[in-house]
Design a protein around this ligand. Structure first.
Ligand code: PLP
Length: 455
C-alpha cells in the first residue's frame, strides 16, 4: 500500500494530477479534486492508498465477477506467462488457451454459433463487428448494405465505429461522431420515453413501428445490422419493455438485418442467466462478450458468430489472400488462459446461480427507496439495478444541471465506504457475482445513508 500523504508535493496523487488525462473525467475538476488511488482489493472490497475500504458495488466497471484478489486467476496468468507469455494468431499461428476458449465460448452460448474472433476491448470488438459486416456484404455482392441501427443511450464503446453506434451525446459531441450511416432509435425506456396514458405494450409497438419506418425510409437493402445490449447498461440501466426483443427480432428477420447482441455487460451471469440473450429470448447472429469474460483481470473481448456470418467472410478472405483485420494481441494466451480459469470459477462456484438467488433481494430492497422524495424510478433485472433521482417526482423533471445531485450522492456513498456509479443523476449498482446476502445488505444500508445525506 502507498501510504504517502496525498497532499505531499511529489505524492502519486500530485503526479497523477500533473501527468494523467483520465477517461470519462472532467479534466478541470480533476485538477482540483485529484484521484482516488486504489491499491488493493479483496472479494467485494477495494482499499485506497490511505487504507480506507469500500464495497465495490459496481464490480469495477461492471466486470469483476469473481471479486478482487482471486488467487486462481493470478496463478493461471503466472502459469501461462511462464510457458508462453505471448504469441499472436496472425497467418495461421495459434495458441492453446485461445483455441480452448473459442471452443468453450461457442459451447457456452448453446446456440448455432460457429466462429470466434478475439480483440482486447469491447470497443474494438464492436468496431470489428461493423467491419465484418461491411466485408461480408461486399463479399455477398451487396455493397450498399452498410448502415447500422442502434438506440439512443445504448453503449457500444468509443472507437470510431463503436462510438458511432453508441447513442450517448457525450460520446459524440466534440468528436465529430456519429459517422454517416449510423442511426439511433428511441431508447426503450418506458419511464422516460412512454407517452402519457400509453401502456407498456403500446410503447413496445410504437418502438417497433419506429424501427419499421426507419428501415422503410432508408431502404432495407442498405441496412446491415441492428445492435443492442439485451439490457442497456452504461446508458442508465434500462430493462426493455415487455415484448421488445421479440418485435425487434421479427422485424430484423423480415428484412434480413443481422441481429447483434452486445453482451459485454450482460454476458456470464449478470442477469442470473449465462447471457442476456437467454434472459430475453434473443437469437442473435453475433454475440459480443468482454468484461466478466476475464473478470477484467486481463483485457479481452470476443465476437462469437454464426456460420452464416462467417462463410462469406471466409470466401472473401480467400479471394483477397487474407482477412486483413486483427490486433497484435488478438487471442493473447495470458488473457485467454485467465478467461478459461475465470469461467471455471464462475461454473464451480455457481456464481450465475448466486446472482439469480440474490437478484430478488437486491431489486426488492432498492425498490423500498421508491417513496423517497428524490427517487423517480428504481429499475433493474437480475444483479444489475439503478435508482434514478429526479427534481420532481410527479412531473419526473430531471435536475438542472443534470448530474450534480448524482455526484453529490456518489460522494456521500464514498464517505460511507461504498462505490456506486452516477450516470447523470441515475445511480447504478452492479455488484460482483460473488457478493453475499450480507454484502447486499451493506450496499443497501450505505446507499440509504448516502441518499438521506443528499440534499
Ligand atoms: N459494449 C458495452 C455493452 C459496454 O458496456 C462497453 C463498456 O462499458 C463496451 C461495449 C465497450 O467496452 P470497452 O470499454 O472494453 O471498450
Amino acid at each position: 500500500m502507498d501510504n504517502q500523504l496525498n497532499d505531499a508535493p511529489n505524492s502519486r496523487h500530485a503526479v497523477d494530477v500533473k501527468r494523467m488525462l483520465h477517461p470519462y473525467t472532467d479534466a478541470r475538476a480533476h485538477e482540483k479534486a485529484g484521484p482516488l488511488i486504489i491499491t488493493d482489493g479483496s472479494g467485494v472490497e477495494v482499499f485506497d492508498n490511505q487504507g480506507k475500504s469500500y464495497i465495490e458495488a459496481m464490480a469495477g466497471l461492471w466486470s469483476v465477477a469473481v471479486g478482487f484478489g482471486e488467487k486462481r486467476l493470478v496463478d493461471a496468468a503466472t502459469r501461462q506467462m511462464s510457458s508462453l507469455p505471448y504469441y499472436h494468431t496472425f497467418s495461421h499461428k495459434s495458441n492453446e488457451p485461445a483455441i480452448d476458449l473459442a471452443d468453450r465460448l461457442v459451447a457456452m452460448t448453446g446456440r448455432k454459433m460457429e466462429k470466434v474472433f478475439f480483440t482486447n476491448s469491447g470497443s474494438e470488438a464492436n468496431d470489428t463487428v461493423v467491419k465484418l459486416l461491411w466485408y461480408r456484404n461486399n463479399a455477398l455482392g451487396q455493397p450498399e448494405r452498410k448502415k447500422i441501427i442502434s438506440r439512443k443511450r445504448g453503449y457500444h464503446g468509443i472507437t470510431i465505429a463503436a462510438g458511432s453506434m453508441t447513442g450517448i451525446p457525450m460520446n459524440h459531441g466534440g468528436f465529430d461522431l456519429p459517422l454517416p450511416g449510423f442511426h439511433h432509435l428511441t431508447c426503450p425506456h418506458f419511464y422516460r420515453e412512454g407517452f402519457e396514458g400509453e401502456t407498456e405494450a403500446e410503447f413496445t409497438e410504437r418502438l417497433a413501428q419506429e424501427l419499421e419506418e426507419l428501415i422503410e425510409r432508408e431502404g432495407s437493402e442498405t441496412i446491415a445490422g441492428f445492435i443492442g445490449e439485451p439490457l442497456m447498461s452504461a446508458g442508465g440501466v434500462v430493462p426493455p419493455p415487455a415484448g421488445y426483443w421479440r418485435r425487434v427480432q421479427e422485424i430484423c428477420r423480415k428484412h434480413e438485418i443481422v441481429v447483434i447482441a452486445d453482451e459485454v455487460i450482460t454476458g456470464f451471469g449478470r442477469l442470473g442467466t449465462r447471457f442476456g440473450s437467454d434472459y430475453y429470448d434473443i437469437e442473435p447472429d453475433i454475440m459480443v462478450m468482454s468484461k466478466q469474460l476475464t473478470s477484467s483481470y486481463q483485457p479481452l473481448a470476443a465476437i462469437v458468430m454464426t456460420d452464416d456470418i462467417y462463410q462469406p467472410v471466409a470466401d472473401q478472405s480467400s479471394s483477397i489472400g487474407a482477412f486483413g483485420h486483427g490486433f497484435t494481441a488478438s487471442g493473447h494466451p495470458v488473457a485467454t488462459a485467465v478467461a478459461l480459469e475465470n469461467l471455471d470459477i464462475i461454473e464451480e462456484r455457481d456464481l450465475i446461480g448466486n446472482a439469480a438467488r440474490l437478484a430478488p433481494m437486491l431489486q426488492a430492497k432498492l425498490r423500498e427507496f421508491s417513496d423517497h422524495a428524490l427517487v423517480g424510478e428504481v429499475r433493474g433485472e437480475g444483479f444489475i439495478a439503478a435508482v434514478e433521482l429526479v427534481a420532481n417526482k410527479t412531473s419526473r423533471s430531471p435536475f438542472d444541471p443534470v448530474g450534480v445531485v448524482g455526484r453529490e450522492l456518489a460522494a456521500h456513498a464514498h464517505a460511507a465506504g461504498l462505490i456506486i456509479r452516477a450516470i447523470g443523476d441515475t445511480i447504478a449498482f452492479c455488484p460482483p457475482l460473488i457478493a453475499t446476502e450480507e454484502d447486499v445488505t451493506k450496499i443497501i444500508t450505505r446507499f440509504g445513508l448516502a441518499l438521506d445525506a443528499t440534499t
